[in-house]
Design a protein around this ligand. Structure first.
Ligand code: ZN
Length: 375
């Protein structure tokens, strides 16, 4: 039986119950996983469940929409060969399905009824879709300003949509107020979401012929992909399958960059900053739940935080489109960041570099139309 551990107060709980936070109020972690050896991979399963030997679930999954095992394609970017990881080709069009699928199977195994969640869009779409597949009632709180394509996707899955006016924090408060009515299946709080995103590390390792890349760039808001990559590569090191970590680069929009604000002053945890609007809605996170853990993972990897301006996002999105990679503005930030890191020689063209494309362009056609000057 896996256990939840609280990094703040040290309390441990068996992971046999639907918990989303510690009694002290802090977020919980899953204790370090055992990982797997390459011989444990179920190579006949073309989904993230090929790595189920490494997942802290007590039973086989009950719900899957074929998530994971996404393409890794090579294109040239500013003259350098780069591998793009198409998380945009998940069942709901974003990387969130890794975390959602594993979290929801855990919740089914420990017995939850109706669930709810707050999201700016992609996580809401993902959780609404997997709840539908599992036959669970689901309510999603979204900002009134959430992109229409994402809200339509949530509604199409049969979830109840509650649009909350005001700030992103007001949306979270509405979700917290509903805790008595249904289980808060929060992708930002629940440790099994990161148990799911860790399969990105396994997949990159396997798709590179069981090798470790040098650099991974990830559009980052709350940091669940950074924490998942850290966890996955850590498990592979402890199993003796690899001997080093890749450098992880969290990419943020300059206009809303909580991690960059802390990184710039060498802080170990959150520091206040003033956010402004960004077209990269999926990473417009004012206060990440696990800021300290994300910063520690980036430092451990030897990578860092990169911010990109609004003016850099549109050109990167257009360049990606012309490479056959149609992504939402949030995902295009990683292309802009790669240009920056190649230019200042932080990344060399002969290194193995991964750019994680986190969300599909069809989710944000209104915003992309603006970037392309379509009327
Ligand atoms: Zn605690």
């Amino acid at each position: 039986m896996a256990r939840f551990l609280c990094p703040a107060c040290g309390t441990a709980y068996p992971a046999d119950r639907p918990l989303w936070h510690c009694d002290c109020g802090g977020p919980l972690d899953l204790e370090p996983g055992q990982g797997l050896r390459r011989s444990d991979i179920d190579a006949d399963d073309a989904s993230l469940w090929r790595y189920r030997a490494a997942l802290a679930l007590k039973e086989s999954p009950r719900v899957s929409l074929g998530e994971g095992w996404t393409p890794l394609v090579t294109r040239h970017w500013d003259g350098a060969p780069v591998r793009f990881k198409l998380e945009s080709q998940m069942p709901t069009g974003s990387f969130k399905d890794r975390g959602t699928a594993v979290m929801l199977n855990h919740l089914l195994q420990v017995g939850v009824g109706p669930i709810h969640e707050d999201s700016s869009g992609n996580a809401g779409s993902s959780i609404a879709t997997y709840a539908a597949a599992a036959g669970l009632r689901c309510r999603i709180y979204v900002p009134a300003s959430a992109p229409r394509g994402k809200v339509v996707q949530i509604a199409a899955a049969g979830a109840e949509v509650r649009a909350i006016p005001g700030t992103r924090e007001a949306v979270t408060e509405a979700a917290l107020a509903a805790i008595g009515e249904s289980f808060y299946a929060s992708h930002n709080w629940h440790p099994y979401f990161i148990e799911g995103t860790k399969t990105l590390a396994y997949e990159l390792w396997e798709q590179l012929g069981f090798a470790v890349p040098d650099n991974i760039l990830v559009p980052t808001g709350y940091g669940s992909n950074i924490l998942g990559l850290d966890r996955g590569f850590d498990e592979l090191i402890r199993q003796g399958e690899i001997s080093r970590r890749p450098r992880l680069f969290a990419v943020q929009a300059e206009n809303c960059s909580a991690l960059a604000a802390a990184w710039a002053v060498g802080a170990a945890d959150y520091v206040p900053f003033t956010p402004t609007a960004t077209i990269a809605d999926g990473i417009a996170t004012v206060k990440p739940v696990r800021t300290a853990e994300v910063l520690a993972a980036l430092r451990r990897s030897g990578g860092g935080v990169v911010t990109v301006s609004e003016a850099e996002i549109g050109p990167a999105l257009k360049t990606l489109g012309r490479l056959g990679l149609f992504v939402e503005p949030t995902a295009a930030t990683a292309g802009a960041a790669l240009s920056r890191l190649l230019r200042d020689r932080t990344i060399r063209p002969d290194e193995t570099t991964i750019v994680v494309l986190t969300g599909h362009g069809l989710k944000a056609t209104d915003k992309i139309a603006e970037l392309l000057d379509l009327h």
